[in-house]
Design a protein around this ligand. Structure first.
Ligand code: ARG
Ligand code: ZN
Length: 471
């Protein structure tokens, strides 16, 4: 499940010259999928449809081992291809036959099958691997949170290479079966539905299924000692929340927040349309880092999110991403505004509904926090650059852009856009330009100027005043 990056015309013709369309002779797949922000992310030449991970994890030693089976289709005639993985590989098979695999750098595994793969051909890759995720460093950072009782893979824009081999970019989504054995008394949490939990010989194996297309950074694994609560929504979807047993004083606030998950999702369904996945929930491991992440169906929440009492707003943010980010994903990481601007704006809408300030009031307040000379206004939410991908401005100026849109086209069209977009691109990828054109189509107005002002100019625009409010 993979759509190509749109390459600007001039560059496209250069690429076409470099690779004649008639070339049927097998060639290596590219070591990156073509995202200018992260050239090593993902790989070229194939498209994954499914990952099956069967793993064992030992919390005391942080040792992870097992087998990944990847079902893919060649999108070109392939002599070899890359996977993204930081752990040690013992054996690789392609279509059942032993393949040669060589590590290149921190993240790339180059796999040469016994015979080339023809374009359009489905193939399987089996990777037997092992290692300590806490010892994996890629570009000097880690997506693995070691905890006193285990570990957690949750990071953006990448986390997969710390725990499984993948085509690690949102352009190549796939379904997942994740099965992890842990010592009795520990739990393994992942995405989607818990389809089975079986104990024998001192080990308990948790098997999870995520049956809708999922980006690799949205796959998560958490092992630790958790309290698990389960429920079913009015629509019959399973809800499963997991709380580390070691949350201390944050435990009550964490529960008081995550227990609102089904209610928040129901409200978001009114705003964004049908919930796109097969399960709901969240988990709070005993990590020390402070962020939250919209891991598909089951967001990751740092306990620090609940240090000042219940925080339903962060639940709103991560659940809004299930539509804006998870079902409709970025085409490239420069499109991050489509995730964060909308998730932030949904927090403003929640505040409006809760009577804690309207979106307009919050927009005015945020705008006033940042005077003209604040470097905040030099960040371009529509193309912030990899270093500033998660800058506050992508969130807050990004949400201001939506308030400006709302004031320009009026509530009826604005909410039609918010609900129509996730249906238009469900389970796919889209970019900022697609959104601008979509909003123009729904509202029947030219909006390129408004979005240029709010997303692409390195200065403070005029305040997004309510129509006729004249501030
Ligand atoms: N998408 C996440 C959120 O907005 C952001 C995670 C950013 N990662 C980080 N290390 N700060 O909830
Ligand atoms: Zn977010």
């Amino acid at each position: 499940m993979h759509r190509r990056l749109i390459v600007p015309g001039a560059l496209a013709s250069v690429l076409l010259l470099a690779v004649p369309a008639s070339a049927a002779s097998p060639a290596p797949g590219a070591p990156g999928i073509g995202d200018p922000y992260y050239p090593a992310s993902g790989n070229g030449g194939y498209d994954v449809s499914h990952y099956d991970l069967r793993l064992t994890y030992r919390p005391e030693t942080d040792r992870l081992e097992g087998t990944a089976t990847i079902l893919a289709t060649a999108t070109q005639s392939l002599s070899r291809f890359n996977l993204d993985l930081g752990l040690d590989v013992r054996e690789v098979r392609v279509d059942g036959r032993p393949a040669v695999s060589v590590r290149e750098g921190e993240q790339e595994l180059v796999v040469t099958p016994a015979r080339p793969l023809a374009e359009g051909r489905p193939f399987s890759v089996v990777v037997r691997y092992a290692g300590k995720p806490s010892e994996v460093s890629i570009g000097g950072w880690t997506a693995w949170h070691r905890t006193p009782d285990g570990g957690v893979a949750a990071q953006e824009p990448e986390s997969a290479a710390w725990w499984f081999p993948s085509n690690d970019h949102p352009l190549d989504k796939a379904t997942y079966d994740v099965s992890v054995a842990v010592p009795d008394g520990s739990q393994a949490i992942s995405n989607g539905v818990l389809v089975s939990q079986r104990s024998r010989l001192g080990w308990t194996r948790y098997t999870w299924r995520s049956d809708r297309p999922q980006a690799s950074y949205l796959a998560t694994l958490a092992v630790g000692r958790f309290d698990i609560t389960t429920d079913t929504t009015a629509n019959g979807l399973p809800v499963l929340n997991a709380y580390s047993k070691d949350l201390g004083a944050d435990a009550g606030a964490a529960r008081a927040s995550l227990e609102r998950t089904a209610e928040v999702a129901e409200w978001l369904t009114e705003v964004f349309g049908p919930y796109p996945f097969n399960a709901l929930g969240g988990y709070v491991p005993n990590v020390t880092s402070g962020y939250a992440l919209e891991t598909q169906t089951r967001p990751f929440y740092s306990p620090r999110q609940f240090a000042n009492g219940a925080n339903v707003s962060v639940v709103v943010h991560e659940l809004a991403h299930q539509w804006y980010g998870d079902s409709v994903s970025v085409r490239g990481w420069k499109d991050i505004w489509i995730n964060e601007g909308f998730a932030r704006y949904s927090q403003w809408l929640w505040s409006e509904r809760e009577g804690e300030g309207t979106a307009q009031e919050l927009a005015d307040w945020v705008y006033a926090q940042h005077p003209e000379e604040d470097p905040f206004w030099t960040v371009l939410p529509g193309d912030p650059g990899p270093e500033r991908q998660f800058h506050l401005a992508v969130y807050d100026r990004g949400a201001l852009a939506l308030q400006a849109l709302r004031n320009e086209i009026g509530d009826e069209d604005f909410f039609a856009v918010l609900k129509g977009w996730p249906a238009e691109h469900a389970y796919g990828n889209a970019d900022v330009g697609d959104f601008v054109r979509y909003a123009e189509r729904v509202s029947g107005r030219p909006l390129a100027g408004l979005f240029h002002t709010w997303l692409y100019e390195p200065r403070r625009p005029a305040a997004p005043a309510a129509a006729g409010a004249g501030i």
